[in-house]
Design a protein around this ligand. Sequence first.
Ligand SMILES: NC(=O)c1ccc[n+]([C@@H]2O[C@H](COP(=O)([O-])OP(=O)(O)OC[C@H]3O[C@@H](n4cnc5c(N)ncnc54)[C@H](OP(=O)(O)O)[C@@H]3O)[C@@H](O)[C@H]2O)c1
Length: 324
Amino acid sequence: MRAVLARESGGPEVLEWTEAEDPRPGPGELLVRVHAAGVNYIDTYRRSGVYPMPFPHVPGVEGSGEVLEVGDGAPFAVGERVAWFSARGSYAELAVVPAAEALRVPAGVDLDTAAALPLQGLTAHYLVRSTFPVEAGTTILLTAGAGGVGQLVIQLAKARGATVITTVGSARKASLARDAGADHVLVTEGMDLPEDLPAAVRALAPRGVDVSFDGVGRDTFDATLACLRPRGMQVLFGGASGQVPPFDLQRLNALGSLYVTRPSLGHYVADRAELDWRADELFGMLRTGALRVRISLREGLAAARSAHEALEGRATTGKVILTA
Ligand SMILES: NC(=O)c1ccc[n+]([C@@H]2O[C@H](COP(=O)([O-])OP(=O)(O)OC[C@H]3O[C@@H](n4cnc5c(N)ncnc54)[C@H](OP(=O)(O)O)[C@@H]3O)[C@@H](O)[C@H]2O)c1
């Protein structure tokens, strides 16, 4: 098969479109013909060495496609359309997917959308439904509201009746966050974040927000923490700008008995029932039009390098997929 290989840890330039050995499915696994791979931050963290990985490896945990072969005990059939978020090596023409975490793509959902939804959708779902159960009357602060996870968090939080305040990096991204349903959009370009963001948020929510969903990390963490109400929750769910350095827990006391969590998707799809609950709600909302997935960039697999550059360079506004 043809595949993208990350030869060694480094920048996007270590990604190479090349020949690779066909993967073989083991028990409980599916061999799929990849239709499209979803591009995610985790792929860049693994490529750059933030998350340790063996090299060379085929990047990509997410995608959609058609089942070609079924390993022993996997409850799927050849020809079924599936999507996934936890495979090793989706940037390829063929991939092996653990059946325990494969999702059947419902009729009416196209395979581009199916590749775009799982990882960011399940993440947005667990953040809003489980990490901090958002409901009518909740006020949330969100970073990067025009991003992939961001646009989905806005839609899910609005569907629960919350008030959504979000940041975006530049004025041109503001309309996308508004289209997704954000009530208030704060443009961070030119801001002195630790000073200006809390002031802008407290002008809208004087006591502070109930929860802050921060996926930008190093550049925004102090500023978003300072926007919380007493006993509010800081949810650090990523580090698009870099990882947050070690943190003095005494600060939580001084800032109002705050909570901080650093969640990960794997812990929120702990068993098949929890995964199905989240996936069924997301696909259900897609089918009724209550949820929209915006594909920002769609390229062939061979363009993985420029796709990583765009994602890390803040140039994307929604999902990035690579078609096989
Ligand atoms: N914990 C989990 O389970 C989980 C699962 C999936 C994703 N995530 C995390 O969610 C976050 C968002 O992921 P995504 O795929 O949806 O990406 P994304 O939000 O579409 O892209 C990242 C955005 O972060 C903002 N940003 C601010 N400063 C940045 C900087 N210095 N470098 C790069 N970006 C910067 C940019 O938006 P602005 O220009 O508007 O600021 C950029 O577009 C990532 O941190 C990712 O790791 C976590």
